[in-house]
Write a protein that binds this ligand. Structure first.
Ligand code: ZN
Length: 237
């Protein structure tokens, strides 16, 4: 790893999934203080939120420097998002693809809202960097995950707060395979194993079926991406 240690604090948008856990490890390696933020928006896969505390506890145990840097956890009630969105993550609908090619797991503008709320919290806590696991490489086509969307939001937030606010997205140009690789670089097999066993990605909230790549139904778009990335990662080893 290059030595890119930065001063100050970061707030990680932390859902308890593979991507945000990798981002948490990345932030712990790069910032002096790291806080985490989760959103409860009535998602059916609320099991993801239950993974958060355990993942935080285990990641702290992996590395004494990380333990020192890991600060407070915050959970915001975003149930209003469930009221305004009509998608399969919050409503009792099957996962399917819309005409435009985007799966109906899409909660419109979710990341714009998440980062905006995160910036308000960060401002109050004296934090100038927000970290999110959005990715434009192996993704489902959500427009609010795109690099340009987030670059533009970064400018809006900094102007609107009249304070510097940087959005870091360390996974933006990584494939899912490379995301596993990054976890290995940051924390070795111990972190890879933690991600496999304790994080949650499956849209259906399946914690019954365990695969090599982790728990999940194995069929939803999130499971398919995670499994595919794991297979490529294994082959590259
Ligand atoms: Zn699944």
């Amino acid at each position: 790893m290059k030595n890119t240690m930065r001063k100050g604090a970061a707030l990680v948008l932390f859902s308890g999934g593979q991507d945000s856990t990798t981002c948490l490890a990345w932030a712990l390696s790069h910032f002096e203080r790291v806080e985490t933020l989760g959103f409860d928006y009535g998602q059916k896969h609320a099991v993801e939120l239950e993974c958060r505390a355990l993942v935080r506890e285990k990641i702290r145990a992996l590395n004494p420097i990380w333990a020192e840097r890991l600060g407070e956890d915050h959970l915001l009630d975003m149930s209003l998002l469930g009221q305004i969105s009509d998608c399969s993550l919050t409503k009792d609908k099957a996962i399917a693809f819309e005409k435009c090619g985007v799966p109906n797991t899409f909660v419109p503008a979710r990341n714009l809202l998440f980062f905006t709320f995160a910036s308000a919290l960060a401002y109050r806590r004296g934090i100038e960097t927000l970290v999110g696991g959005m990715c434009e490489t192996d993704y489902s086509g959500y427009a609010d995950c795109r690099d340009n969307t987030l670059k533009s939001l970064q400018v809006s937030l900094s102007l609107g707060l009249d304070a510097p606010m940087t959005i870091e997205t360390p996974l933006m140009w990584l494939t899912k395979e490379a995301t596993w690789e990054l976890a290995y670089d940051l924390g070795g097999n111990a972190l890879v194993d933690l991600i496999r066993e304790d994080t949650h990605t499956c849209y259906l909230g399946d914690r019954e079926h365990f695969h090599e790549w982790g728990y999940g139904c194995g069929k939803c778009p999130a499971c398919v991406l995670r499994a595919k990335g794991w297979e490529s990662y294994l082959q590259s080893k």
